[in-house]
Design a protein around this ligand. Structure first.
Ligand code: SOE
Length: 383
């Protein structure tokens, strides 16, 4: 089988994970990487054993050998890269958010539709086997009508005033931080699991650290790097949010996100309460799905290819007891995306887990509604 050829734009934390997941698929060749300058691109190319380094994304997009672009830069560049990539005839896999605001994400949806190329946004949590098991159980009516959805996504990597990352600067990260960065994952995931869209929100956003120390030079996500000698700057984006919501089907929900909750590294939990049973999934024990009952003992289903729903087997690659986690979920999502490209499709099929540019646009609308709700202190409908 011929190999599809990928080019990576951005060599930070997530770019390196894209490279690794793609290589594990076996039928994709990572041909090139671009960064903000040649020296950085060459350093990434050397560290990740990628043959070609480009000084800019423009140069990489001009390479006719490359079929698929992975957008892994700071948020501020996503729109320009995604747009130029589609216009140059490449398929696109973009990190979220697709762009800095909903006007831009709407225009990307349109450009993607006209391009005929595959355009996906990386909501990687959808690729966990026990998330797909939860989705299958909801779809097959195994918990009854869905009533409530709740949970949280908590981190602690921005706890201290001298923790820094480009996401703290609205010019690079956007007007929302915790909500756009991790709330977007939580909300996308539960909408995927219950098969319903959020249509209304009421939010409370808080900035616990209104001033932080900005170091000189770039700092990677999760690097733990702290430079107490930088300049103090005002912080406008939220460290914490609590969001109540309702869905198109009348499900009620609430979630909390925080990037300043000590002890929580990357802690995503959701629970769905149905008329017959409940489901709970926790990314920290991602191979388990808790099933809550009223009139019988609760259950804990563990990931095992022979025990999950038939459609979920494709998301498992190892026997029970052999854990599959974050990198495997990413690989699962990429596997589906590349299979869709090979099949000549431009978006997900009904059984696919991966997210489309339309999902990315919906996520931008949700973030905007949450910001507006918190500003106004009122419920806001998604436009
Ligand atoms: C940083 O908060 C971050 O890397 C997010 O950007 C990712 O999407 C999430 O997977 C983990 O945290």
């Amino acid at each position: 089988m011929y190999k599809l050829r990928a080019g990576i734009i951005g060599g930070g934390f997530i770019g390196a994970q894209h490279v690794e997941a793609l290589r594990r698929l076996g039928d994709v060749e990572v041909m090139a990487i671009a960064s903000s300058n040649l020296a950085r691109a060459q350093a990434s190319a050397e560290a990740l054993h990628i043959p070609q380094a480009y000084a800019s994304y423009v140069e990489l997009l001009a390479d006719p050998e490359i079929d698929v672009i992975h957008t892994c830069t700071p948020n501020v560049l996503h729109y320009a890269i995604n747009r130029a990539a589609l216009e140059s005839g490449k398929h696109v896999v973009s990190e979220k958010p697709l762009a800095m605001n909903a006007a831009e994400t709407a225009s990307l949806v349109e450009i993607a539709q006209h391009s005929g190329r595959l355009a996906a946004v990386n909501f990687n949590h959808r690729g966990y086997p026990m998330v797909q098991q939860a989705r299958a159980m909801v779809a097959h009516g195994q918990i009854g009508a869905v009533w409530l959805v709740h949970g949280a996504y908590l981190q602690d990597w921005l706890l201290y005033p001298n923790d820094w990352n480009w996401r703290l600067d609205p010019a690079e990260g956007g007007n929302s931080r915790a909500v756009a960065d991790i709330g977007s994952h939580w909300a996308d995931l539960v909408q995927h699991v219950i098969g319903q869209h959020i249509v209304r929100v009421c939010a409370d956003l808080q900035t616990l650290l209104p001033r932080r120390v900005r170091p000189v030079g770039p700092v990677q996500s999760f690097s733990g790097a702290q430079d107490a000698h930088g300049a103090e700057v005002d912080i406008a984006t939220e460290d914490y949010a609590a969001v109540m919501f309702t869905t198109e089907g009348g499900v009620h929900g609430v979630f909390r996100v925080s990037q300043v909750s000590a002890g929580h590294k990357n802690d995503l939990v959701f629970e769905v309460n149905g008329a017959q049973a409940s489901l709970r999934w926790d990314a920290d024990s991602s191979d388990e799905l808790w099933v809550g009952h009223r009139n019988q003992a609760n259950q804990r289903i563990t990931k095992d290819p022979s025990l999950v729903a038939p459609g979920v087997r494709a998301y498992t690659h190892l026997p029970g007891g052999h854990h599959e986690a974050w990198p495997d979920a990413l690989k699962n999502v990429f596997g589906e995306i590349y299979a869709a490209i090979r099949a000549g499709r431009s978006g997900p099929g009904p059984n696919d887990a991966f997210a489309s540019f339309s999902d990315g646009h919906r996520s931008a609308l949700l973030v905007d509604a949450i910001l507006e709700s918190s500003r106004r202190g009122a419920w806001v409908d998604l436009s």
